[in-house]
Design a protein around this ligand. Sequence first.
Ligand code: UDX
Length: 459
Amino acid sequence: MKITIVGAGYVGLVTGACLAAIGHDVVVVDRDGPKIAALRRGVMPIYEAGLDRLVAETAAAGRLSFETSLAPAVATSQAVFICVGTPPRPADGHADLASVYAVAAEIAQALAGFTLVVTKSTVPVGTGDEVEAIIREVAPDARVAVVSNPEFLREGVAIADFMRPDRIVVGGEDDGALGLMAALYAPITDAGSPLVTTNRRTAELIKYAANCFLALKITYINEIANLCEEVGADVEDVSRGIGLDSRIGAKFLKAGPGFGGSCFPKDMLALMKTAQDHGVPLRSVETAVAVNDARKGEMVRKIIRAAGGSVQGKSIAVLGLTFKPDTDDMRSAASLIILPRLIKAGASIRAYDPAGMAHAAPLLPGVVMAASALEAAEGADLAVLVTEWAEFSTLDLGALGRVLKNPLLVDLRNLFDPLAAERSGLRYVSVGRGDSPEAMPLTGHQPFAAMQQKLLAVS
Ligand code: UDX
């Protein structure tokens, strides 16, 4: 099939390269000239594992190309995917659909022959109806079907998520269009991924309902982690113990500094607003947003407590800045809230991140960037791990303890085994594992004893 992708951002590029890889002829269009010129030279505007190679291979095979003008590509395509950004409007949190609607009007002017218009950007329920109305207004005679096909790509593993998805969701009002979408994805569904077909509004809602549910799971385990610290339980074992229940599932039960990234915070806000506008507020989602926001402050207080009650005049080594590992993405990263608050509390910070420092530097004024974890830690009063990059998990903790002025590591991602960390000479504070500074001063890992003491104190 001949396909146009509008928008050479994260979703557009991954979708374009993957559709080309499964045999389609794909043109990725973006009005950003320098970006298109760079892509033609094989230079990616984003960091995603394997994307540069896939783009190079599919381009060399003649199935992927990059253009700045939309009309010629659309006129010769059977399907046009809208993959432009939908950031939250600062004023009210609603998804900003200006780019989606502008692109819809531009596509309408260029349509020739029957064309599928596919919204892949995450858009509020009813956006497909509006896109169709715009197209019909601009081009009343156009033969077109508008379908929703939300993406569920995780950064860092987006290509695998596209090629072997848990499911593909397609929503439309026209059986012929749904049939064409099924044919378009046949190489993936033939390999075993289920296709969920439904109406357009339902498909649009599935995307938000999925992301918000995942964010609820994370928020829940983070609150359970707080409780674990108070009662001397271990949140890692709680996650395993509940995650093995197939009704719950093991994933997205990792306690940490709260979720971030370009999707969860934005999608929760958008779904919350849609629900409020329809008079059916989603209280669980509203609460999760508030709990997740408060989480950053809790992490700052945890660090300050671990440092003995104050970070005034102290130097802190921060390991990891991006919102999660294997990306250079800093959007809604926990570090963007936690680090400035530590600086405000009087700390100086030296940080290291394997891929995010170029993006992070302008967003974190006052933070000095280091060339390695050990360089960041050299002479610091304590180290704080914010993002669980794989290279940190193999860090020599003994060496870390030796270069730190005080051998204290606050691990906001539970990357290390507390006993191993302590054996290597570190004082180790993590999340929800009964090793909070109150529970365990400097004497070893004794959550049960700490709990007993607390119970005795209140009885
Ligand atoms: C997410 C969705 O997973 C994806 O389906 C959607 O299309 C886009 O949004 P992404 O933003 O790339 O993908 O990141 P994800 O891996 O889902 O993590 C989101 C955030 O949750 C990160 O900040 C991560 O650190 C945090 N997280 C995730 C946890 O704190 N604990 C977990 O158990 C899982």
